[in-house]
Design a binder for this molecule. Structure first.
Ligand code: FAD
Length: 441
């Protein structure tokens, strides 16, 4: 079937707009916010509801076009060249149930919208470092935020999902219905179908104590070693990171750190300011006088502290002196990469019964550099391993995000719901061979 015929069929079955190469909408919607990917899909279809999603999946299959789903493009890892790009950004919406403390969202919803809707009820969802990120891709890939030490990965808070599967069925996955699919969705990414709605828990988080403090970069080695020891006693309600970075040379930056290489402490605490300052005191004392500090109590929705863009991510079980030295060697001087050491663990490491494959659960810390630093990766390798799907750019490394047992189970679920690997772009988990699926499923 030609692209033109597919487009004509879709236009008949589809409520949303369908764009072909040459259309203004096609140029606007085919891309991602990231330059390295420049997709040239055969057509772009903007879904307005679950029926549109069904129509697109079936039309793509009949035409032999590979479908790809995109809400924001923030997590798109492979170009949908020659395929059918299904945009879900028109399916954005949030319903908050304050009594049951849950939210139901459309697949095109960004975190900012959820936080705005939940805040009047004193509730929050487990968003990440930027409110611009899509809830669906973020949650399917695990979802690590500043509240994750207290409440786990966002995937752990998923309650149910409505999904269009590869054969065009609209199913609801929950602990009671399609439980294997429900398990796989909580960390297995976009492999199992197109999500058309998500329902997840909200938490009683209203105002938080949050912010950053900057110190001279020369303090980095000593403070990082202290941090490593100090996190052992940090409560789950306290999320922290240390970043070695260059501050922007802009008028908005505090004059004492403007354009300067610094060590930056980031923290968010869901309790009182007084208690937060007491908890942070040993670390702050070790760091010495701050060059600038903006810790304060503010609404959770406004506490965007940013994150180091993951150019290279190492997940560590421990941070021995040799690892600290390697980090400071790589990032302790002007012109070096920005490197963030972040505390994980807490509730992320204590999954409830039946929890999904989000993870890795055993990581105690992450070290994220904003660009590849091969020497640093080599120095950190003995102390960790694995990968976190949401921070993984290379689709060839998808398997690294899972334990062997989880990967086998994911492949078995994939075989059941997408045996032809229709949803095979990006971070793909190929279906298990039939015999293996019977054993693992
Ligand atoms: C600035 C920035 C900050 C970030 N911060 C964090 C963070 O703090 N914590 C964290 O965990 N991650 C973080 N991420 C990573 C982010 O969670 C992933 O990139 C995620 O995939 C983005 O989802 P999206 O829907 O916005 O992106 P999209 O590119 O729209 O989607 C990404 C992928 O998700 C899947 N997907 C999306 N929608 C659907 C659907 N309806 N059905 C099935 N599959 C779907 C598809 O596989 C798709 O390729 C960050 C990313 C950026 C760019």
């Amino acid at each position: 079937m030609s692209t033109f015929t597919t487009a004509r069929r879709l236009r008949a079955d589809f409520t949303g707009p369908v764009h072909l190469p040459g259309d203004a909408g096609y140029e606007k919607l085919r891309g991602t916010p990231f330059a390295p990917i420049d997709p040239r899909p055969a057509l772009v279809a903007e879904a307005t509801g679950a029926e549109d999603v069904r129509a697109a999946v079936l039309a793509a299959r009949d035409a032999g076009l590979r479908p790809a789903v995109q809400a924001t493009g923030h997590g798109t890892r492979a170009a949908c060249d020659g395929g059918l790009l299904l945009r879900t950004s028109r399916m954005a919406g949030v319903l908050v149930d304050p009594h049951r403390r849950l939210a139901r969202v459309g697949p095109g919803t960004r975190w900012g919208r959820v936080l705005t809707a939940a805040a009047p009820f004193g509730l929050a969802g487990l968003s990440g470092s930027h409110t611009d990120v899509g809830v669906t891709g973020y949650t399917l890939g695990g979802g690590l935020g500043w509240l994750s030490r207290a409440y786990g990965f966002a995937a752990d808070s998923l309650l149910r999902a409505q999904v269009v599967t590869a054969d065009g069925r609209l199913v609801t996955a929950s602990p009671d219905a399609h439980p294997d699919l429900f398990w796989a969705l909580r960390g297995g990414g976009g492999n199992f179908g197109v999500v058309t709605a998500l329902e997840f828990r909200l938490y009683p988080v209203d105002r938080v104590f949050a912010g950053t403090a900057c110190y001279p970069i020369e303090r980095a080695a000593e403070v990082a070693a202290r941090y490593r020891d100090w996190i052992g006693g940090a409560p789950d309600e306290l999320g922290t990171a240390l970043e070695l970075t260059s501050m922007p040379d802009t008028p908005e930056t505090h004059p004492s750190v403007r354009g300067r290489r610094v060590l930056r402490l980031k923290a968010m605490y869901t309790g009182s300011a007084g208690q937060a300052r007491r908890l942070l005191r040993p670390l702050v004392r070790a760091a010495g006088p701050a060059l600038a500090e903006d810790f304060r109590t503010l609404p959770y929705a406004e506490a965007e502290m940013g994150g180091t863009a993951p150019g290279q991510v190492d997940l560590l079980r421990e941070l021995p002196d040799a690892a600290v030295e390697a980090i400071v060697r790589a990032a302790g001087t002007d012109g070096g990469p920005a490197v963030e050491i972040r505390h994980w663990a807490g509730a992320m490491g204590r999954p409830g019964p039946g929890a999904g494959p989000a993870g890795p659960r055993a990581a105690r810390l992450s070290v994220i550099a904003d660009r590849p630093v091969p020497d640093l990766a080599a120095a950190l390798r003995p102390y960790g391993g694995g990968a976190f799907l949401n921070f993984l750019h290379d689709p060839a490394r998808t398997a690294d995000a899972y334990s062997g047992a989880d990967l086998r189970r994911l492949a078995a679920v994939k075989r059941r719901y997408d045996p032809d690997n229709v949803f095979g772009l990006g971070h793909n988990i190929p279906p298990a061979p039939a015999a293996a699926a019977r054993t693992a499923g």
